[in-house]
Write a protein that binds this ligand. Structure first.
Ligand code: FES
Ligand SMILES: [Fe+2]
Length: 373
């Protein structure tokens, strides 16, 4: 039995916003890359992006270029996009399909889709050269509920251990089977933490999202995950059947849902880069890619039941447009915040009790940043 709390019930009184350095200084950003992003499990995308053998996409993540692909045996792998010969960046496209191999464009070293070096012209003339010793550098990978998670650490904490609080939480939502209908990339001039803080409260909903606030009362939120790297809960849908422009459901239910889930949207943020929003008829997820202290790319994708596609009652745009409008309203507020916190007069200020989750996000963030390295 899951216990839910109103935000004000779990609010740590006295919580204040972060100081401006955290949103501005390149030194802090470098520490975040070193202490958070290159040590954590982060979401690279959903398996439905590479449905067939040979399909791949290339991700720029925290200064690294990574190829994520499905091999001939349907297994998913991630490799650094770095040739083992002279280090050349091999794959320039952002997505596509490999025939059966990956070939470096420079001197044609060739790798199988599971990363083995299988061709290296003239290298047999090199004494002691052994192809087995030069596979592509693999990235730690774990597929959880259809989402591909990667970790750049040399020996990361096991995924199941880190994700223990949510490991079995979304059974019934069919997440591994869902198919993507749309992906939008937003370029937002705001620090990545402002985006997490914004996602985790609806105190801003009446002024910022009149459309959303009309069908999902901003005070209806209750949270079951209230501290640590995974936080969130649900909000009610009232006077509508889903969060869509029409207010009607736009597709088949995504899963075998409990009765109450048809009138709820669940919102969870997984530090350091994923936001997962579960609606009765679609699942939206964001991944956040910090580019600098003041800029973030946000990938947003909408997933639907595989059998919904092609049916007469499938209107994905109804949900997608609803959230595209809402996303842009949020990003605009994050950009205004970024400008304001850069001012010399900005000081940490009290959070409201409705902002229990942003306060919890900051607390978890500071704990990691202040850990002895
Ligand atoms: S750098 Fe890739 S084959 Fe030479
Ligand atoms: Fe919002």
């Amino acid at each position: 039995m899951t216990t839910f709390f109103k935000p004000e019930q779990t609010f740590l009184s006295g919580s204040k916003t972060l100081s401006r350095d955290y949103y501005l200084l390149p030194d802090f950003f470098a520490r975040e890359i070193g202490q958070i992003f290159t040590r954590s499990w982060f979401c690279a995308g959903h398996v439905s992006r590479i449905p067939n053998a040979g399909d791949y996409f290339v991700l720029d993540a925290y200064g690294e270029s990574i190829i994520i692909l499905r091999d001939q045996k349907e297994e998913i792998h991630a490799f650094y996009n770095v040739c083992r010969h002279r280090g050349t960046h091999m794959c320039e496209e952002t997505e596509g399909r490999f025939s059966k191999t990956i070939q470096c464009p420079y001197h044609a070293w060739t790798y199988s889709l599971d990363g083995k070096l299988i061709g290296a012209p003239l290298m047999k003339d090199v004494a002691d050269f052994n192809k087995e010793e030069y596979p592509l550098h693999a990235v730690n990978l774990y597929v959880w509920q259809g989402f591909i998670f990667l970790n750049l650490a040399s020996s990361p904490q096991p995924f199941e251990q880190v994700f223990q609080p949510v490991l079995d939480k979304f059974e019934g939502w069919n997440l591994p089977l869902l198919k993507s209908a749309r992906r939008i990339v937003y370029d937002v001039k705001a620090n990545w933490k402002l985006i997490f803080q914004n996602y985790n409260e609806c105190y801003h909903c009446p002024p910022v999202h009149p459309q959303l606030a009309k069908i999902s009362p901003f005070t209806s939120g209750e949270n079951d995950l209230i501290s640590g790297p995974f936080i969130g809960g649900y909000m009610s849908i009232e006077g509508a059947s889903s969060l869509t422009l029409s207010g009607k459901v736009c597709a088949l239910p995504v899963g075998d849902l409990a009765q109450e889930d048809y009138q709820r949207v669940y919102y969870y943020s997984f530090s350091p880069n994923m936001l997962l929003s579960l609606h009765p008829d679609y699942v939206m997820f964001h991944t956040i890619w910090p580019q600098s202290p003041t800029q973030s790319l946000i990938h947003c994708e909408w997933l639907f039941h595989p059998e919904a596609f092609g049916r007469a009652d499938f209107h994905p745009e109804d949900g997608i447009e609803f959230w595209d409008i809402t996303n842009r309203q949020d990003w605009h507020m994050c950009e205004l915040s970024q400008i304001g916190v850069a001012s010399r007069v900005y000081q940490p200020s009290p959070y409201s009790p409705r902002e229990a989750l942003p306060a919890a996000f900051d607390k978890n963030y500071l704990q990691i940043m202040n850990q002895e390295q």
